[in-house]
Design a protein around this ligand. Sequence first.
Ligand SMILES: O=C[C@H](O)COP(=O)(O)O
Length: 263
Amino acid sequence: MATRTPLMAGNWKMNLDHLEATHLVQKLAWLLRDAGHDHTAVEVAVLPAATSLRSVQTLVEADDLPVRTGGQDLSAHDSGAYTGEVSGAMLARLGCTYACVGHSERREHHGEDDATVAAKAQAAHRHGLVPIVCVGEPLEVREAGDHVSYTLAQLDGSLAGLSADQVAATVVAYEPVWAIGTGRTCDADDAQEVCAAIRARLAATHGDDVAGRVRVLYGGSVKPSNVAGIMAQADIDGALVGGASLKAEDFAGIVRFREHPTA
Ligand SMILES: O=C[C@H](O)COP(=O)(O)O
């Protein structure tokens, strides 16, 4: 069975200017170092706003901080007349490892459909970035009991056109929309149900080896007090964290999930 290194990714969304962002990443790194954090055991990444990426990356490189960086989005195009967009090449040039694509806030507020998300995931791979592909159902779908089929359809559409090797090198984030920023966490068992279904679908479409290598994250109101139960699930390999990643102590507590009781 593949060994998957847990990934804790902090999505800072449209928060923090570049000075605040550098302060936060520095504080996070100090807290993790003080705690003797082994970054090979749990990988840590932050996704700052595009305006902060350069400053954060410069600090990470200069101080050799145990934190990787990524964009919150990227263009499906490589360059050209696409005002306001940031290309994969630009993110790669900044030293980013990751690019989040298909976050529900992009899907909702910017009309991104699965085809757009797939094009962005392809663009990420073209530039050597690891896409964090977000999927997950809104509340009415969950209440109707259709959350698994809905999420798997999003998964299929969002990974369309990727080779098996590219899928294996993709991170999938299951984020039930109703749990994002609401304080309403999906029960660990319920999150596991969908994450297991995601892995089973990847096995069916790309084989057991690929499915065993893909890291599947859970996202939605993750905090230090609930992370251990989430991480105890067999098919959950990390978390995509919003609000709690804006506080260095909380995000460091999430990274150190093994120190918390699971119940
Ligand atoms: O990208 C992160 C998710 O949207 C989760 O956000 P949250 O932790 O604030 O619920």
